[in-house]
Design a protein around this ligand. Structure first.
Ligand SMILES: [Zn+2]
Ligand SMILES: [Zn+2]
Length: 352
């Protein structure tokens, strides 16, 4: 019998625990991936804690009955095919692959339209099914693995969440070449969005953050203009520098403050795409919504098509891979703690 190690969440709010289990059985259509790298995402922190939000009175507690513990977290997975079912002919054992983790039921309206990420009965890896904080991960169908080469595994894995989240949000922002696009948050996902917006949209890109070092990073990735929203009067700075407000804002933070800021800098008829899961309460005077004719939408991860597209863009050098800090499988709790306290440079990645 072959055993595998995994870091499992056994109880919300408690550290992950190293557990051994049998290697999963590989059925006809399954693919077993040996994990080379799995990114540690902010959403893993929320999942491990069992809620979203910083302030206790504003918390959104995770009450999803489809999440069953113990659970192996981790959804930014790159690895090699270790074994495959009889019906899998498109891949060979040893192929290097990135896993699309936002797996849906396959038959609901969203899934049939290609939006597995919006499935009503999701089976996302690392959320509803065991994910990549493990030596191996079982993928139910070969359609959810994509071959890659020319990238490090830690670079490829991150595309399955940060990468597609940035691309999907940018598509939802629907910016035109003569638009001003404001991107709130210049961390990993925001940085990816700046690169994508630069390469694909033609829009003027304004990056907002509260950290000057991150704004420098945003500039190096192609932001045309940066604003430190903790120091500057953002509306006045935009008006002075660009002579106009933003046609679209993508908020990769998702706090009360950032959403309020976004509404302040949008043009009439502008579009706000909220992506970040920081947490908070949104309060606004309702007449402003019709008077300003704002579109306020949410965006959650991305599709298989998005993953395919961003893999191509990264391969061609249009998007630079995110830098990362590595941890061993047994150090998953340390990785989560360092990410929570903001000590990680780039993306934290677990290499089992
Ligand atoms: Zn993620
Ligand atoms: Zn579905």
């Amino acid at each position: 019998m072959v055993f595998m190690k995994a870091m499992k969440l056994q109880e919300f709010g408690k550290p992950l625990q190293l557990m051994e289990s049998d290697l999963p059985q590989v059925l006809d259509n399954n693919v077993l991936v040996k994990v080379d790298a799995c990114g540690v995402c902010h959403s893993d922190i929320h999942l491990a804690e069992g809620y979203y939000g910083a302030r206790e009175e504003e918390r959104l507690v995770i009450r999803d009955r489809r999440i069953r513990l113990p659970l192996t977290l981790g959804h930014e997975i790159a690895g090699r095919i270790e074994a495959k079912g009889r019906a899998v002919s498109a891949f060979e054992v040893g192929d290097t692959v990135v896993v699309y983790p936002w797996i849906g039921c396959g038959v609901c309206r969203a899934c049939r339209a290609g939006f597995d990420n919006l499935c009503e009965r999701p089976n996302a890896l690392g959320v509803y099914a065991d994910g990549g904080y493990a030596e191996y991960v079982l993928v139910p169908d070969p359609r959810y693995v994509l071959k890659y080469d020319g990238l490090k595994p830690e670079e490829a894995g991150v595309l399955a969440c940060s990468g597609i989240t940035a691309l999907h949000a940018l598509k939802k922002a629907r910016v035109a070449p003569d638009d001003v696009l404001a991107i709130i948050g210049a961390g990993g996902v925001g940085g990816m969005a700046i690169q994508l917006a630069k390469a694909l949209s033609g829009a003027t890109i304004v990056s907002l953050d509260i950290d000057d070092r991150k704004l420098e990073y945003a500039k190096s990735l192609g932001a045309d203009f940066t604003i430190n929203s903790s120091k500057d009067d953002i509306g006045a700075v935009m008006k002075q520098a660009l002579g106009k407000r933003a046609n679209a804002v993508i908020d990769f933070v998702g706090s009360t403050q950032t959403v309020e800021n976004a509404v302040k800098i949008l043009v009439k008829g502008g579009r706000l795409v909220v992506v970040g899961l920081f947490g908070g309460i949104l309060k606004m005077q309702i007449p402003l919504l019709p008077i300003l004719a704002l579109d306020i939408v949410g965006s959650y991860t991305g599709t298989l098509t998005d993953l395919n597209e961003i893999l191509q863009l990264t391969n061609r050098g249009v998007v630079k891979p995110v830098i990362s800090t590595s941890f061993r499988l047994e150090e998953a709790n340390e990785a989560l703690a360092k990410l929570r306290s903001g000590e990680v440079k780039g993306r934290a990645v677990i290499k089992p």
